[in-house]
Design a protein around this ligand. Structure first.
Ligand code: NAD
Length: 346
């Protein structure tokens, strides 16, 4: 089989990152990305050599790109006609409309976490259910929060055989590039309780019993999860064993906050910038070693999530699952991550 031809519909925060991650792989290629109209984001597509398409099919919208000096190769239908799979990176809740377009083009499709599970009836994270997604026609890569929860809870569940979890999502108010969201001087509880974040884990690992609360705080980088997990009696684990378990889990970083002077999300993101991925991204979930404690059968821990980037490598693994080209999630994760590291010269 030749390289998997990937279309990216929506070249914003997630779309531009997925495009880079796909471009880094030797078994897939970006055949085009869409923008709704000419804007500064088109320059990145041009610089990267990604063919630019219009989100819409109407000629007037397509011709506006040329008026601003951009080469636009056509509308969405033109792009879908040359791709094997489309990664939908449109703002949340546009899924139903876009799904109809993908279905009429007869193409495989992936949505992001801003869409509901019901849209596709199938969701994805690499560690939880890669095999359930093999050769599927379409799926949804779960949100940054759900991805983060899965990274640490799934290996615990696999070890223990059952898990009951209560967690609080302390959420960034907006992405750094957003100018129209808040709060900027308030702490905003999500009054719909429990929040959807925790239960969303059950779309990829239904066996984990989980509920959550959520609070938005005035920061633009990272969510923090405060987690309490009840392990079944007889689990045989210690705090050290759990740290070891996560230490052997892909895409989880564990560091001692006090020893490394990395006690807040600000330092975590500074470390991410030192790693050197583009945009200062941190694909891994960050767990503070000294914030993990097992008391009896109850586990307490904190973790931090870089909301704009933890789902990016998962999108690459998900493409392989849908195309049926790699059935082993760990092999896919290793391939994805090694290629991304090489791409950025790390
Ligand atoms: P964004 O607003 O940064 O980018 C969306 C892009 O899609 C923009 O370029 C926009 O012009 C374009 N667009 C608008 N209408 C479109 C349409 N009908 N079809 C295709 N493209 C259209 O949004 P984002 O943050 O990249 O979010 C994309 C998806 O990823 C959402 O489902 C979101 O919930 C999810 N997600 C976002 C984050 C995050 O932190 N930003 C994290 C995980 C998942």
């Amino acid at each position: 089989m030749g390289a998997i031809r990937v279309a990216i519909n929506g070249f914003g925060t997630i779309g531009k990152r997925v495009a880079d991650a796909v471009d880094a792989q030797d078994d897939m290629e970006v055949v085009g990305v869409t923008k709704t109209g000419p804007s500064f984001g088109c320059d990145l597509a041009v610089k990267k050599g990604f063919p630019l398409y219009c989100t819409f099919d109407d000629e007037a919208a397509v011709s506006r790109f040329a008026e601003q000096g951009y080469v636009c190769s056509g509308g969405l239908s033109d792009l879908l006609s040359i791709a094997d799979v489309v990664v939908d990176c449109a703002p949340g809740k546009m899924g139903a409309e876009n799904l109809a377009k993908y279905q009429s083009a007869g193409i495989k499709y992936m949505f992001q976490g801003g869409e509901k599970h019901a849209l596709t009836g199938l969701s994805y994270t690499s560690s939880a259910n890669h095999s359930d997604n093999l050769n599927a026609q379409g799926t949804r890569v779960v949100s940054c929060n759900t991805t983060g929860l899965s990274r640490t809870l799934v290996p615990l569940y696999e070890h223990c055989g059952s898990l009951k979890v209560e967690c609080t999502m302390i959420r960034r108010a907006a992405d750094p590039g957003d100018s129209n969201k808040g709060p900027i001087n308030a702490i905003k509880p999500v009054l719909k309780v429990p929040s959807h974040h925790g239960p969303d884990v059950m779309t990829v690992k239904p066996e984990i019993e989980i509920n959550s609360l959520a609070v938005a705080v005035p920061t633009t980088i990272m969510h923090v999860h405060s987690i309490i997990a009840d392990l079944p009696s007889g689990h045989g684990l210690t705090t050290e064993n759990i740290l070891e378990l996560w230490g052997n889990t892909p895409r989880v970083i564990i560091m001692n906050g006090s020893e490394n002077r990395i006690t807040t999300t600000a330092e975590v993101m500074e470390m991410a910038r030192d790693i050197g991925r583009k945009w200062g991204d941190l694909h891994e979930i960050f767990v503070w070693e000294d914030g993990v404690k097992l008391v009896g059968d109850r586990l307490y821990y904190f973790q931090a999530i870089h909301q704009e980037s933890d789902v990016i490598p998962e999108n690459v693994d998900c493409i392989r699952a849908l195309m049926g080209t790699e059935s082993d999630w760990k092999r896919s994760v290793a391939k994805t991550d090694a290629a991304i590291s090489r791409y950025y010269g790390l």
